[in-house]
Design a binder for this molecule. Sequence first.
Ligand SMILES: [Zn+2]
Length: 300
Amino acid sequence: MSDNKCILCNKHDLNLIYEGDIRDGIYPKTKKSKILYCSNCNVETLDSSQHLTIDNYSSDEYRSNLDQFDPYKHESEHFNQYLFANDIISSMPIKFTGETILDSGSASGKILDMFGKNFINKLAVEPSFKFKEILQKKKYTWFKTQSDALKNYKNKVDLIISSKVIEHVNNPLNYLKEIYDLLKEGGRAVITTPNRQDILLNSIGEKYFKFFYRTQHLWYFDSKSLTYTANKAGFDEPHIEYKHFYNIDNFLVWYKTQKPAGKSNNIGIFDKKINDYWKSWLINNGTSDTMVLFLKKPYN
Ligand SMILES: [Zn+2]
């Protein structure tokens, strides 16, 4: 990387913080890469020469590298993640009604299946053509990109959901500006992304870096960098909440083996009470695996 300029804050403050193997597609495949840290806005980013483009996301190769070639298989394998998103969105202090809902990075449209009922227009932004057919079969209005959606829906959307997408886009600031432009005044957005303060990063260290950093994620946020980006996109009062997906077993298996637990992610001795406590402890400390950014477009 020759230029050390951060595209979020325009300062020449990018410094190398990690160089080595990172995840590339399905574990344990890795690729040599560099991660840079901006000391001004606090974001971390993958070496820009390795950034994927929107055309990569449209390609079948991208999905098959992740074993997500079959959209129905993708939907069923991510079912728990959808329930998690459902839990997050349901915790919002607003009613789910309005004219228009948009799911940005919708995959097969599971979130619209869950939340679309109370809306007249259901929009799905999804660059992968594999999912386009399914979305259109479900009668959702499909757009390849948010900027395509903006041609018809500027200032028209009541609620935008974006679940684990912002870390994939080339320019997260432009991505949030497009969300701002799509929303009506008073419209809301719920955006989730992995938390760079995740307890595993601080407790496992380099073995976990190889798993956490990945060629599909171009950006790694903490609360400071996420708030900074939202403010810069025009949202005056961004609010972040922490949520945690994995049970305590996942942490313990990682801690013991220094490897991901995969599907055998269940030691089988902890009950819901312990897991609820574990999650609320991480949430209170800001060291959970997921951040949720709540945005509201201000009234002029
Ligand atoms: Zn920066």
